[in-house]
Design a protein around this ligand. Structure first.
Ligand code: C5P
Ligand code: MG
Length: 262
């Protein structure tokens, strides 16, 4: 990958808990869905319901004793129920920037070096997220790193003409269908063609499928951020990713790898 240089490279990264921090000063930080769990957008009942859904389904998402196939129906239910709840609450597009500003979400330490370096060397960065696209875009914008080399595949909100959420666009993306989604987007992302070397970053085993749409891939270097339930999941992560980072809240290792290539 180093020999081929930046002209042959593309970076494919998950968003929640991969580009964003999992925790800061001992406190968990929110995913894009959880940023929306703000009383400016939804009522008290829905806040409670969203927390209950998280407490029910997140343990299933990260359970090392279940296979991706076993988790899949639970993930579909979780995402579908939360999206329905958000639609019922008639979320307003013009409130999104404010709830992102009020949230404690943070990009990982060293994020600016990462985003700026890729932009400077014209290396495409595909952010492939089962989170909420409108929210993740706002997080990136508010951190001043929304550069032209960015491509995003995510769950985008569909607002009516008055700016009220009425649906989510396109195929639902959850943590364990990234392979199907990658294949269905493969031809559309022209800027990614002819770049056979991939640096892939993720925090879930489902993220390993994000590069399945890359045609004629030569080298795929995978980096896994293991944030939670470290001891229980370490073995499966080490068996699946090339590099596993344990409770590392920084972009230091991806940045070192990039420095060798560009
Ligand atoms: O960007 P990424 O693909 O990581 O986004 C998905 C993450 O969002 C999942 O890992 C899941 O834990 C989290 N999630 C959430 N609330 C939901 C649905 C998913 O926090 N309602
Ligand atoms: Mg993630």
């Amino acid at each position: 990958m180093q020999k081929a240089g930046p002209g042959s490279l593309q970076v494919i990264s998950d968003f929640d808990m991969t580009l964003t921090r999992f925790a800061h000063k001992g406190k968990r930080l929110p995913t894009t869905h959880n940023i929306l769990n703000n009383r400016l957008l939804i009522n008290e009942d829905s806040t409670k319901k969203m927390k209950e859904l998280l407490n029910t389904y997140y343990p299933i998402e990260i359970d090392p004793s279940l296979s991706p196939e076993e988790k899949l129906p639970y993930m579909v239910t979780w995402w579908t129920e939360v999206h329905e709840l958000l639609i019922q609450q008639r979320i307003r597009k013009d409130m999104l920037a404010q709830v992102v500003r009020e949230s404690s979400a943070m990009l990982r330490e060293g994020y600016r070096v990462f985003f700026d370096c890729l932009a400077e060397h014209r290396v495409p960065l595909l952010i492939f997220s089962a989170g909420v696209g409108d929210v993740l875009e706002e997080v990136i914008r508010q951190n001043d790193v929304f550069h032209p080399n960015l491509h995003i595949i995510s769950n985008y909100m569909d607002f009516d003409h008055t700016g009220v959420l009425q649906a989510f666009k396109g195929q639902l993306i959850h943590s364990y269908n990234k392979r199907d989604v990658a294949l269905s987007h493969a031809t559309a992302l022209r800027e990614l063609h002819g770049r056979p070397n991939v640096l892939l970053l993720g925090d879930s085993l489902g993220d390993l499928n994000m590069a399945d749409g890359v045609s004629e891939a030569q080298n795929i270097l995978t980096v896994g951020f293991l944030n939670d339930q470290v001891e229980e999941r370490k073995e499966s992560y080490i068996n699946s990713f090339d590099i596993v980072l344990l409770k590392d809240e920084t972009m230091d290792i991806p940045n070192v790898i990039l420095r060798h290539i560009v």
